[in-house]
Design a protein around this ligand. Structure first.
Ligand SMILES: [Zn+2]
Length: 72
C-alpha cells in the first residue's frame, strides 16, 4: 500500500516539486476527495489531480490552514 509521505489537509498551503510556470510555488488545497484540487497562490490558477498523483508531486506543507485540534 502506498502511504502518503506528507500529511496534508484541506486549506493547507503546500509546495510542489515543480513550481507553477507563473513562478509561484505555493498552492492552497481547496478540495479534498478522490481528487485533490489546488489553487496557485500567485495567479489563482487551479489544478485538479488524483490523490495518488498529488502525493507524488507534493514537496511539503508550508502552512496549516486549519488547526487539527481545538484544545479549549
Ligand atoms: Zn500560478
Amino acid at each position: 500500500m502506498a502511504r502518503p509521505r506528507v500529511a496534508f489537509d484541506l486549506n493547507d498551503v503546500v509546495e510542489m516539486k515543480k513550481p507553477h510556470p507563473c513562478g509561484t510555488n505555493r498552492w492552497k488545497i481547496i478540495r479534498m476527495g478522490a481528487d485533490i484540487r489546488i489553487k496557485c497562490q500567485g495567479c489563482g490558477h487551479s489544478v485538479m489531480m488524483p490523490r495518488s498523483e498529488f502525493n507524488r508531486k507534493i514537496k511539503k506543507v508550508v502552512a496549516n490552514g486549519q488547526p487539527k485540534d481545538d484544545e479549549s
